[in-house]
Design a protein around this ligand. Sequence first.
Ligand code: HEC
Ligand code: HEC
Length: 267
Amino acid sequence: MIMKRLRSRSKLHRRVAGLLALAVALIGAGALYSLVLPAPQTAQANQPDSVAVQQGRQIYNTTCISCHGKNLEGVDGRGPSLVGIGEAAVYFQTETGRMPAVQQGAQMDEKPRVLTPDEIEKLMAFIQSQGGGPTMPEERGEELRGTDPARGGELFRLNCASCHNFTGRGGALSSGKFAPELDGSTEDEIYAAMLSGPESMPRFSERQLTPEEKKDIIAYVKSVTDGNNNPGGNPIGGLGPQSEGLIAFIVGMAALLGITLWIGAKH
Ligand code: HEC
Ligand code: HEC
């Protein structure tokens, strides 16, 4: 009787100790996982010689150098200096297909995007490494929509409507220039436009419009241009492969823990 109770207690002890060891190992593995994975964006921004920067320089040398110069200093009559222009401007210009430009004119038209997202990332890293400048926010896509579109509407009326019209329909400016419709602009493009101020559009620094104010403006623009035909996104997709990997890891580990407990309970 006593022996039996003792035995079952030591069995329980062993099981608890086993579970504890497993938990410690899991937490350790989790911590290791997050340590080993670098934060790709900050790593790129801080390391002038990272692979992305080198590859970005190569893309620059084949597609941009003729108009913007060997050291981004600009070429007379062809293109302005890009030193200190920042990755946000590069994102805006290449994502909307304005760059690489093909012809000179009063204004670069939006064209279908020529570069791949991967090439754009690398160009952003390279040009950011040449003198810094405004950077894109961490959030992407619908994460850039603020929670207060009404405040966004008020800010839009004060800061944007004079050129873009209150419903984002665009309008003519002097000397053959125009403020385009905002219908087709993605959240990221609107944010990048505000940060970089293309052409005759002013640049809105984070002091003039805080990130929250910019997001509310985006929420407003989207509410008047989207209609209700939002296809609905996958929010996890917006977090990027790294978070997805981490989520998969956690789910997998939780499943493993569950199976272990189940097996343990059966013995
Ligand atoms: C055929 C000439 C030409 C080529 C090629 C070209 N650009 Fe431009 N770029 C221009 C001109 C002209 C402007 C100024 C007009 C404008 O801002 O719309 C400009 C403006 C820009 C700006 C905005 C600068 C600012 O002050 O806001 C960026 C960023 C830019 N280019 C990046 C690039 C990148 C990156 C490439 C290569 C993928 C490229 N350009 C290729 C002619 C060119
Ligand atoms: C002084 C006039 C002016 C003001 C004010 C202005 N913009 Fe613009 N905006 C322009 C012009 C001009 C362009 C086109 C630039 C180009 O083609 O290079 C533009 C382009 C854009 C684009 C890109 C559209 C496209 O077709 O890709 C977005 C998005 C945008 N503006 C948003 C805003 C927002 C949001 C505000 C207010 C915070 C604002 N703008 C304020 C003149 C203005």
